[in-house]
Ligand binder design. Structure first.
Ligand code: ZN
Length: 661
């Protein structure tokens, strides 16, 4: 481990600021701290409003990320009160959480870490705690404790695994006096992580660097291991039609088990390929997580293969076997897997949001490396027994972390494909769907589609949808990205040149039809299997036009494509209702912030009617400006539960048009 400390950045005369700096350094390294796990503290007096100085422990607040923490992320606690709490023979989790909050010297400070009492007990000025991969690699093997003693001798205190919180703090108070010396540099918590401490933040940090480097050296000597990294393999192959079929049904099964739509994200890396390709995959992947706190992100074990029903049965048995460990009634959490490993399909992670699927993948990436190294060189990987993992999975303080996350948006866990997404209505739909929580795949012939910022997990594909294979390619990419497709917004289209019928131009006519109609029906066909397997019920919304009901002269090609598109919507509504897919259209008019309308064209139209541009834009019954965002709002509403009983319909978004009405 490299010493990244830079005195120019560290504030050495302000002890809290130095601790913040040190915490950030450790938190920025994912091999030390990964999506929670780890905390820190410093003992600095708290100056209260009367001018009195109170002995205080400033400890990391729960919910703050170590990598980006600020001074406001530390809670000052009264040390004398912490000492009283530590002297108690027992303290329940809710009581401890309440008492720690009660010990705060600033009521507006965040909830103190569940490790606060342990930090308070350690006599040192600054304390840093991480869940370093390398330390866990040492302890999650046969003879793990002996290895730790062999490497560190008397330099560390070794604590067997117990669940974090009051019991762990009490255990440390029992073991510390026997094992610690004036030269103790750290404390290894088996199957959990590392504590280091010192007279200042710099010393605590340097000891972290030293102890982890010693673990690295020991591992490198006994377990020479080439990290193949997380880069995408150059020969990444697209999913076959059969693989796509398996994935969309796997996602459906996982979502059904979870009771709500889940994304299924592909972790396409060399590490993942190597791991799922092992002949001992089933055996090595089902021992358990690196540390128990990972369970809330990854579940205890991955699903090996695609049998979700068997996974759920096994989860039920695990729950029944262990539920007696807590007093009182316990509600079973959803039994859906969060990590899937399959020798043919690769590594996939499931989540209600893109970021939760990504976090599961991050964690599993580190897990695979430790498992492989231990299996191949250190006599085998050993996780904690299922009962210890259960204690943390159902620990109220861990569940509280998940509960604190904002409620999922209405389209969370869903995948939306939007064509014509580089500009205008398509772009507004992509952005709007992402705001509702959908993971969006935007498609357009314009490469600017890559720059549309439509939420986490957005994938922008520059594609010519009139190519014969474009539909199946897009379906493959969508399934490979989010595990399926729930929503398709068909917005790609052109106006074409204005020709009276007397001046018919076959090439132009065919071009408009190819883009607006043929490529759209080909895409609908290609997306049908995924839409039919949608856990939320597939939804298609086509962007038609006011021209369907009220055409104008000169736009024969455009108007006929939109009329045909509407008829297509109605036929699809009939054909796909048995699959639970709703197919509807919107009929926008006079939406001038789209690629179809340049200032020049607008000026010419306004002149034709002897109106100002502003008057021309509001030439509708309600005299309203109609924007792409208004159309997107209609599209999103059609995709929502509000329209769950509507299919085959066309919704005007035109400010009211006399000819249509
Ligand atoms: Zn910890």
């Amino acid at each position: 481990m490299n010493d990244e400390w830079d005195d120019r950045d560290a504030s050495t005369d302000d002890a809290l600021a130095a601790c913040v700096y040190c915490t950030r350094l450790i938190g920025a390294d994912p091999s030390l701290v990964l999506h929670g796990g780890g905390n820190s503290s410093v003992k600095v007096p708290f100056a209260d409003v009367t001018g009195a100085e109170i002995d205080a422990l400033w400890v990391k607040g729960s919910g703050w990320d170590m990598g980006s923490i600020e001074a406001a992320g530390f809670a000052p606690l009264r040390r004398s009160r912490l000492a009283e709490l530590l002297a108690l023979p027992s303290l329940s989790d809710p009581d401890m959480a309440r008492e720690l909050n009660g010990a705060k010297l600033d009521p507006s400070a965040p909830n103190p870490s569940v490790e606060s009492l342990l930090h308070a007990y350690l006599p040192h000025h600054c304390v840093q705690h991480s869940h370093a991969d390398k330390i866990i690699n040492l302890t999650n093997i046969d003879r793990g404790e002996q290895s730790v003693r062999e490497i560190y001798g008397d330099d560390v205190v070794v604590i067997p695994y117990v669940k974090p919180g009051f019991d762990l703090a009490r255990l440390v108070t029992e073991i510390w006096p026997d094992q610690s010396t004036d030269d103790t540099k750290g404390m290894v918590l088996l199957n959990h992580g590392l504590f280091t401490f010192g007279d200042d933040a710099r010393e605590a940090y340097l000891r972290h660097v030293e102890l982890i480097t010693r673990a690295e050296d020991w591992l490198d000597e006994r377990a020479p291991f080439t990290s193949v990294g997380r880069s995408t393999p150059t020969d990444a192959s697209p999913l076959s039609v059969e693989q796509q079929r398996v994935i969309i049904h796997l996602r459906r099964d996982i979502s059904d088990a979870a009771g709500e739509p889940m994304l299924l994200r592909r972790e396409h890396s060399e590490r993942a390929e190597a791991f799922v390709g092992r002949s001992d995959l089933a055996e090595i992947s089902t021992s358990g997580p690196l540390t128990p706190d990972h369970v809330i992100r990854t579940k205890r074990v991955p699903l090996v293969g695609t049998d979700v029903a068997a996974y759920v049965d096994a989860y039920d048995r695990y729950f029944d076997d262990n539920k007696g460990r807590y007093d009182g009634p316990l509600e079973r959490l959803d039994p859906a897997p969060r990590v899937v490993v399959d020798s043919d399909l690769g590594l996939w992670t499931a989540g209600r949001t893109w970021s939760s699927a990504e976090i599961a993948a991050d964690i599993y990436h580190h897990t695979m490396e430790v498992i492989e190294r231990s299996t191949d060189h250190l006599g085998g990987y050993q996780a904690l027994p299922a009962s210890d993992i259960f204690d943390v999975e159902y620990w109220d303080l861990e569940q509280a972390k998940l509960r604190r996350q904002p409620a999922p948006a209405s389209l969370a866990g869903q995948v939306a494909v939007v064509t014509g997404a580089a500009s205008g209505i398509g772009r507004a739909c992509a952005v709007g769907l992402a705001e509702q929580g959908a993971t969006v795949i935007g498609v357009d012939i314009d490469p600017a589609v890559g720059d549309v910022a439509a939420g986490p997990g957005y994938l922008g594909l520059a594609m010519d949808l009139t190519r014969p294979e474009a539909g199946s390619e897009l379906a493959q990419r969508a399934v490979g990205h989010g595990g399926g497709v729930d929503i398709a917004v068909l917005s790609a289209g052109i106006l074409g040149r204005s020709h009276p019928i007397a001046e018919f131009d076959l090439d132009d006519w065919q071009r408009v039809h190819r883009i607006n109609l043929e490529s759209t029906v080909a895409l609908m066909s290609a997306l049908h299997p995924a839409l039919a397997a949608s856990p939320a019920g597939g939804r298609v919304v086509a962007i038609a036009s006011k021209n369907v009901a009220a055409p104008g002269p000169g736009a024969g090609a455009y108007s006929t494509t939109k009329a045909a598109l509407m008829q297509l919507v109605r036929v699809a509504a009939l054909e796909w209702a048995p699959d639970g897919i709703r197919v509807n259209a919107v009929h926008p008019d006079a939406v001038f912030d789209t690629g179809l309308w340049s200032d020049e064209v607008l000026r010419a139209r306004a002149d034709k009617y002897a109106m100002s541009v502003e008057e021309y834009k509001r030439r509708n019954l309600l005299s309203v400006d109609i924007t792409s965002v208004d159309v997107a709002a209609g599209v999103i509403a059609l995709c929502s539960e509000a329209f769950r009983a509507t299919t085959g319909a066309g919704l005007p978004i035109d400010g009211g048009n006399e000819r249509v009405i």
